[in-house]
Design a protein around this ligand. Sequence first.
Ligand code: GDP
Length: 310
Amino acid sequence: MFNSLSDRLTSTFKNLRTRGRLSEADIDATVREIRRALLDADVAVPVVREFTATVRERALSAEVSGALNPAQQVVKIVNEELVDVLGGATRPLTLAKTPPTVIMLAGLQGAGKTTLAGKLAHALKGQGHTPLLVAADLQRPNAVTQLSVVAERAGVPVFAPHPGNTSDADDPAADAPLIGDPVGVARDGVTYARERQHDVVIVDTAGRLGVDEVLMRQAADIRAAVNPDEVLFVIDAMIGQDAVNTAKAFAEGVDFTGVVLSKLDGDARGGAALSVAKVTGRPIMFASTGEKLTDFEVFHPDRMASRILD
Ligand code: GDP
């Protein structure tokens, strides 16, 4: 991810480094190259426009300081603006004052929600939490099974509906309602977690191939029913320009609190990553970087910016 953007920006700055003073024309030429590099990386047009305007303005009015030459100053400005576009500061997970903390996952089908549920549960368990996964994706017959597999791999229990409840009190599924009512499953899952002293509940919800009203209403209903501390919108970083419209639709539809970028290990151009925080005003909180449980990291805007400009 970002390799091509990174190369383009680096070579732009290399040209600058050979110059002493920068004229307005030099700055304009540089800003033009940055604009082209960002557009080619699929960054959303309004984000590119604002980014380049700010860089230009700041570069023109930058004080000549003793420590940095003009070219270094431009690099510093671009770095700071990249951090800003990526959401500014690292945003940690909000934990409820009174457990359980409820985390709801939303996003399109195939975005990586179920995979993320396992990764997040695994990471939280490693920090001493006692997470419970709740299978409120009843849209695909396989989704509940898939979440159960993920839960087992992460070593955490799952609250899942299944036809023909068992009478085994230790089986979380025994308490779940029959398949068909995702809002009820989500609500009962949280109640179950409270009763069994699970301090974090991760609710997996259904995704569709495209944004649709029924999906959005269902997600909003689940949100209203479980009153989550965090609603994480999982987005496939490979989807390019579509990322912006999808993210906007979910921001309106479920009012998510943070973004998770998945498939950052892919060779996509990175535009989604660079657009989503700015366009929605919500921070990127985590990155998913592969299919393994441990391919997961807290997202640090400053480190990502440095990686791009490395
Ligand atoms: P969901 O429909 O949103 O629950 O998506 P899934 O969690 O089922 O993920 C869809 C596919 O993407 C699966 O094949 C996952 O193994 C794969 N996947 C999920 N996250 C990542 C990631 O970070 N990197 C890669 N390479 N694949 C991922």
